[in-house]
Design a protein around this ligand. Structure first.
Ligand code: ADP
Ligand code: ASP
Ligand code: MG
Length: 440
């Protein structure tokens, strides 16, 4: 069976929902993972923020506006009178429960329950729409099988077993619809896979059922060679290896959740990126095949903080790095890049939740300098560290101040840390000289 995931834009308008129906209705049994309609999760996050700030009137205002939007979508999508009424009743119950949340004390769990409603709404509506269109579909509630373990990783063994059980207990259908993004935590409470997490849901299910293929349907024709939000003339890449896709997703290519390829790579399950608005386009195929082609793509990750840790005779004092890393481990803060010299180590993080505590601990034994508003620009391609053109990078970027470089961490990635204000210029220059064949 294949797993097909459709993102927010794909379920964000009547026209696109109709495209989704046409794409999935090909007579093959499949699992369909849906995101919330575009904009909904942002609104739900804003509602939760209002509740945490005790601005319940603002929250209720947003809830009412969203409620109206859903009513008009339902009227345009579902003409069958009984189904229209059924969906509206359900949606009204959801929005009433959101209003009730505004009277409650804010907590992380309350926020998680609020943001989960987007996917619950879109899947309910879509399932009823397919029924109206005479397509045999069934809902598989994600909270009945999708669960994280104590390390906040997907509990694949549990998911495998529960997914099979849920499938077994569900009436036979052609299209099994489930919610992306949402899950339970290790304590059985509602949680999620972080923003953009529906991609991850799709590959987790793909791994659980050892799917024939996982398809990620979105609003662009595959992974482009640079970030189309900041650079003109970007182009889709037809093939990527799991390693290359993982590097790009982790270092900022928004088209994929950072962890998307992790669950499927061991079983070699291919992932294909496709465009719901242009299904004919080839898209990007992600497999274990490596195609040597120099620098294939560039991505950038923002909101990076560089931390310089300076101490006399650092490297010769063995155990120094261990002491540093232990502090980041205690505060569950991942390190992205790292460079060392005899007297200092510089590293980067993107999670500043415990920054003050981390600095306080590091200051016990070292001098600390912090640079905020940094971006990691990541260049990806099979074995690019050995590629004959790679030396050009420094010529191309001679007028950009590079704060750190990571070269050789893997053969497929070179990362540069720059000030975020130079990001668009850097991406543009790299694009011109590496992909548009502008000569130096
Ligand atoms: P969905 O809602 O379908 O999950 P996303 O907005 O999460 O869609 O991801 C698709 C968007 O990712 C594209 O519209 C594009 O603006 C952005 N994007 C950023 N980097 C890339 C890239 N390298 N290739 C393609 N799209 C990218
Ligand atoms: N709806 C969630 C979000 O907006 C998950 C997703 O779209 O993948 O982040
Ligand atoms: Mg996404």
């Amino acid at each position: 069976m294949k797993v097909l995931k459709f993102g927010g834009t794909s379920v964000g308008s009547i026209e696109n929902i109709c495209n989704v129906k046409n794409i999935i209705n090909d007579g093959e049994k499949k699992v369909v993972v849906l995101s919330a309609m575009s904009g909904t999760t942002n609104q739900l996050v804003a509602i939760a923020n209002n509740i945490s700030e005790k601005a319940s009137n603002d929250a209720i205002d947003k809830i009412n506006k969203l409620h109206e939007t859903y009513y008009s979508t339902i009227d345009n999508l579902i003409s069958d009178k009984n189904l229209n009424e059924k969906v509206k009743n359900h949606v009204t119950e959801v929005f009433n429960s959101l209003v009730e949340c505004t009277y409650k004390e804010f907590s992380e769990l309350l926020e998680n329950k609020i943001v989960a409603q987007g996917e619950l709404l879109s899947t309910f509506m879509f399932n009823c729409y397919l029924q109206q269109e005479g397509i045999k579909s069934a809902l598989l509630p994600a909270l009945d099988f999708m669960r994280l373990d104590a390390a906040k990783e997907p509990d694949i063994k549990y998911i495998k077993q529960k997914f099979a059980e849920v499938l077994n207990n569900t009436a036979e259908a052609d299209i099994y619809i489930t919610q992306g993004f949402i899950c339970l935590d290790a304590n059985g409470e509602v949680s999620n896979l972080q923003r953009g997490g529906s991609d991850y849901t799709a590959t987790i299910i793909g791994a659980a059922i050892v799917a024939e293929e996982v398809q990620i349907w979105t609003d662009i024709d595959g992974m482009h060679n640079n970030d189309p939000r900041y650079v003109e003339n970007t182009r889709p890449i037809s093939n990527l290896s799991f390693d290359e896709a993982a590097e790009l997703a982790y270092f900022g290519a928004k088209i994929l959740h950072p962890q998307t390829v992790t669950p499927v790579r061991t079983d070699n399950i291919p992932v294909r990126l496709k465009n719901t608005m242009n299904p004919e386009a080839l898209g990007t195929s992600i497999t274990s095949n490596h195609i040597e082609n120099g620098i294939k793509a560039i991505a950038a990750k923002d909101n990076i903080i560089a931390i310089k840790i300076k101490s006399a005779r650092m490297l010769q004092a063995h155990g120094f790095l261990k002491k540093v890393f232990e502090i980041f481990e205690i505060y569950e803060t991942a390190i992205d890049m790292i460079t060392t010299s005899e007297v200092a180590v510089s590293l980067t993080i993107d999670d500043d939740r415990n920054l003050d505590k981390i600095i306080a601990e590091l200051e016990q034994f070292a001098l600390i300098e912090i640079d905020k508003n940094q971006s990691i620009v990541c260049l990806v391609g099979h074995s690019i560290v050995n590629h004959q053109e790679t030396y050009k990078l420094f010529q191309i970027l001679q007028d950009v101040k590079i704060r750190m470089i990571s070269y050789g961490g893997s053969k497929n990635n070179i990362s540069l840390l720059i000030n975020s204000k130079d990001k668009v210029k850097t991406l543009g220059k790299l694009n011109d000289y590496l992909f548009e064949l502008v000569t130096l």
